[in-house]
Structures are given as structure tokens and as C-alpha cells.
Design a protein around this ligand. Structure first.
Ligand code: SF4
Length: 414
């Protein structure tokens, strides 16, 4: 009997080899997925919920209320979408254009700058399949996939036998972790863990560049030059190297200039690629869809056919400066995740939330629509962390509407 494989939308890896045992609307067993994926897929859902002022209403009332909030707003914010399909994201961009909204996702305060460098070809990148088949030197910098993307090392970056890497991790690959703490990934890297002090990344980059060009590597925190030179010797020998960039590195740098300089220096001596460790399953999709439409990956404001871009149009800055007067949030919980001093401003404006989960933001939303979990209860497409398009179908039936359906209905009601 032919096996049915599903895609897990639990993280940016979008594993496409998942087998499940399911009935009409319930998943009984999940095979192949990691624990995060199993929990994500087996997340229990109650009846469909439409709330206005925390009181149950029918779908039409919730949609009309949402449309009326957006119609009356002078500068609405549309935010989230990292766990929505490409199709929903494209609709949200259309909606933002229609209502002259500010539009942003979580990438403006995480890996957006790295994705921006990749989509603008400022740095060489590759796919996870390339990594599995050819990767010989793999660097995890400020990233800990053993926790954040649990199948990363086993499926793609370290343990598997690839087409040109048949001897796998034992002989064919070197995994290196550069981090401020001994993460689970760093433990797997063993002697190739380079622990640096908090905020010490830019100096470590300069030291590596010095080492690569035969100079004595120095840091103000006296990292042993001999250890840095051992590392640069490994890097120089890479036939297919990859730097998996995580938030730890991005938050430590003022901007990406040092990292781009390092990638250039690495490629003068060897062959290196950069892949952002995108967490949300379709953050990269949002960045690419918005880039295709506007030339920017996040933080835009539409104004009568003109696109403005800048940090002032990021979620954090626009909420902090109170420049937005309503918010449509899709698949995000800013009241829990943003600093309280900023998030509290959301309490002063009407919030519409589309989310499969009940959260602090849903409790405080003017309109809350309990949407389907995409990849589990609704299908579509998404862009994997390495830019590969992945199509997926729903596993179970649901009464919950998808983000796409709700956005379409709001557009029609405007
Ligand atoms: S690694 Fe990510 S995509 Fe793969 S099964 Fe785990 S949560 Fe799902």
C-alpha cells in the first residue's frame, strides 16, 4: 500500500516525511516527527470560536466587526503571519495595500536582516539538501538546532549520509558551535565548541578574519590565538561549508557588516554558504512574498499606492510610538512576547486576532477568531528556512476556518 506522507509545520524545517494515523478529525499517532512536531500535530482543538469582546458570536458578526475596525482605522497595523501559508500572506499583503496599513512580521526583531541579505544576494546561500549531500564543515553560530529545530542535525546537517558524504559525521563532516553557552548543539560538537563572551561575536569575527589571512588573531577577552588558528585551518579546508546563523549572533551584532565581511573572507579561502535559522515555519515565506511585492522583507507602510519602509514601520516601533490605531494580528501573541512597556499600548487600540491558540492577546482582543492550524487542519504552501517551496495538505477535518478564508471574508466585507 502506498504511504501517505505529511508535512510538519512545527518549525522552519518543514519536514515532509511525516506519517500519521488519523481518523476524521483526530490524529492518533505521529511517526517520524520530533517531540515538538508531535505536540504541534496532536494539539487538541475545541469547537470553532468567534468572540467579540470575549463573548461568543457567529462568524458573520465577527467578520463584520473586524472589517468595521479596519475601515475606521486611519493607520492600521497588520502583524504576524510567520505561521500562515504563502496564500494567506499574499492576501494579507493585498489587504494591507487596500487599507493603507503598516505591515510587518516577527522578522523585524529577529532574523529579517539575515534573510534580507540572502534574498538580495549579498551572501552565498544553499539548500538543506545541498548541506546533506555535500556539507563538510558546518558552523552553528548563535543557534541551537538540537533544541529549536530538533531534526536539523539528524536529517540535514550532521548525522545523515549524503550523496557525496557517505561516511557522514564520523569522518566526512565537522560540526562547529560558536556560542556564549554550552547548548545541546555545542555538546554534540564536542571539541569544536568555541565559547565566547556575551557580545563578543564581532571581535571573534575580526579574529577569524585575521587568522584566515595569516595574521595573529587577537580579542580583548584574550581568546587563545592558537585555538582560533586551529579553527581557521579547518575553515580554510572546507569544500562545502555552511554557517547556520541564529538569533544569538544577530542580537550580538549592531549590524550584519562584520558577518558579511567574514563570509567574503571565508570565500576567498574556501567555499562557504549562509543559511538563516528561521524558527517559524513560514517566516521566510513572508519575507520573500513581501520582497516580491515591495522590494523589502518587512516593516513597510502602504500609502495610496506608495510603499514606505523603515524601522519606524516595524511592529515594535509602531506600537511603541502609538502611530497605529488598530491591529490585525495573525498567529502571534505580542502581549506575551513583547516587552510589557511596549505591549501595553496594544490595550489602548482595537485588536483583531486570528490564531489557533487562546493566548493573552486573544483574551484582550476586541475580535478573536480561532483559526485552523495550517499543515494540520488546513493546507497550502510555505517556504522552508532555505527558500525551498513546500506544499502541504491538511491531515484532519476541522470546523475552524483557515487564515486565508478569514482574510478573504474580511476583504469582502470591507
Ligand atoms: S524538526 Fe521541525 S518540522 Fe521537523 S518534525 Fe520537528 S518540529 Fe516538525
Amino acid at each position: 500500500m502506498e504511504k501517505n506522507y505529511y508535512v510538519c509545520t512545527g518549525c522552519g524545517l518543514l519536514c515532509d516525511d511525516i506519517e500519521v494515523e488519523s481518523e476524521k478529525d483526530i490524529i492518533n499517532k505521529v511517526y517520524t516527527a520530533c517531540r515538538v512536531g508531535v505536540a504541534h500535530m496532536k494539539e487538541g482543538k475545541e469547537e470553532a470560536t468567534f468572540l467579540v469582546d470575549n463573548k461568543p458570536v457567529d462568524e458573520a458578526k465577527a467578520i463584520n466587526e473586524a472589517a468595521s475596525i479596519l475601515k475606521n482605522a486611519k493607520n492600521p497595523l497588520i502583524f504576524g503571519l510567520g505561521t500562515s501559508t504563502n496564500e494567506a500572506q499574499k492576501l494579507a499583503i493585498e489587504l494591507a495595500k487596500k487599507i493603507n496599513a503598516t505591515l510587518d512580521d516577527t522578522s523585524s526583531y529577529c532574523l529579517g536582516s539575515v534573510v534580507e541579505a540572502v534574498v538580495n544576494n549579498k551572501v552565498k546561500t544553499c539548500t538543506l539538501d545541498d548541506v546533506r549531500n555535500k556539507g563538510d564543515v558546518v558552523i552553528f553560530w548563535g543557534s541551537d538546532p538540537a533544541d529549536s529545530h530538533p531534526r536539523h542535525l539528524s536529517k540535514h546537517s550532521y548525522f545523515p549520509r549524503g550523496k557525496e558524504k557517505q561516511r557522514g559525521w564520523e569522518e566526512d563532516r565537522t560540526a562547529i558551535a560558536i556560542d556564549i553557552r554550552k547548548s545541546h548543539t555545542a555538546k554534540i560538537c564536542g571539541n569544536y565548541f568555541f565559547q565566547i563572551p556575551q557580545g563578543g561575536d564581532a571581535e571573534f569575527i575580526d579574529a577569524l578574519i585575521a587568522g584566515l589571512s595569516g595574521k595573529l588573531p587577537k580579542t580583548s577577552y584574550n581568546y587563545p590565538p592558537k585555538k582560533i588558528l586551529e579553527l581557521t585551518n579547518i575553515l580554510k579546508g572546507a569544500k562545502f561549508g555552511i554557517v547556520f546563523v541564529g538569533l544569538g549572533l544577530v542580537y550580538s551584532l549592531e549590524n550584519l557588516e562584520p558577518l558579511l565581511r567574514l563570509m567574503k573572507a571565508l570565500n576567498e579561502k574556501a567555499n562557504f554558504h549562509l543559511v538563516p535559522m528561521v524558527g517559524h515555519y513560514n517566516m521566510r515565506g513572508f519575507n520573500e512574498n513581501l520582497f516580491a511585492e515591495t522590494g523589502y522583507v518587512n516593516s513597510v507602510k502602504f500609502e495610496n499606492g506608495i510603499v514606505k519602509h523603515g524601522p519606524e514601520f516595524s511592529t515594535v516601533e509602531s506600537i511603541k510610538a502609538k502611530t497605529v490605531d488598530a491591529a490585525l494580528i495573525i498567529g502571534s501573541d505580542p502581549l506575551s512576547s513583547l516587552p510589557r512597556s511596549i505591549a501595553k499600548n496594544l490595550l489602548g487600540i482595537p485588536v483583531i486576532l486570528l490564531d489557533p491558540c487562546k493566548t493573552l492577546t486573544s483574551k484582550n482582543a476586541k475580535v478573536y477568531i480561532n483559526t485552523a492550524i495550517s499543515g494540520v487542519e488546513s493546507g497550502g504552501s510555505a517556504t522552508r528556512m532555505d527558500g525551498i517551496l513546500v506544499n502541504f495538505k491538511p491531515i484532519v477535518e476541522t470546523k475552524h476556518p483557515s487564515d486565508e478564508t478569514v482574510l478573504m471574508k474580511i476583504m469582502e466585507a470591507l
